[in-house]
Design a protein around this ligand. Sequence first.
Ligand SMILES: [Zn+2]
Length: 118
Amino acid sequence: MVYMRITCGNCGNQWRVCESDDFTGDKSKRTCTRCGEVVDTQVYEKNLMPAFAYFRDLEKELIKQHTGYHTPLYSVDFISDSLPDKDYIAALMNVTEALQDVSKAIHYNHKLKRRKRK
Ligand SMILES: [Zn+2]
């Protein structure tokens, strides 16, 4: 079975889209199951889906080579180290939330000082 694992750029959640899923036009397959963020339609349909289809074809060909011509059964993973992983995204989100808390605290203190002056 071939599936692609999508990692949400918003919350770091991961979900699978299987080759047997009817994902054409089904928005739920490109929607994060945790936060509801949706992968851009154009990116999904013009880039992600064709890449997935090529990968499925590659796997079928590797199996065909192995079973038909008795070549070693190769397996392939596509891995990117140019994109941040989910731990990095989670750490970034923690820093962002901490900065938002600091910003709120500063804003609140500013309000209190203004009230005391009146
Ligand atoms: Zn998400």
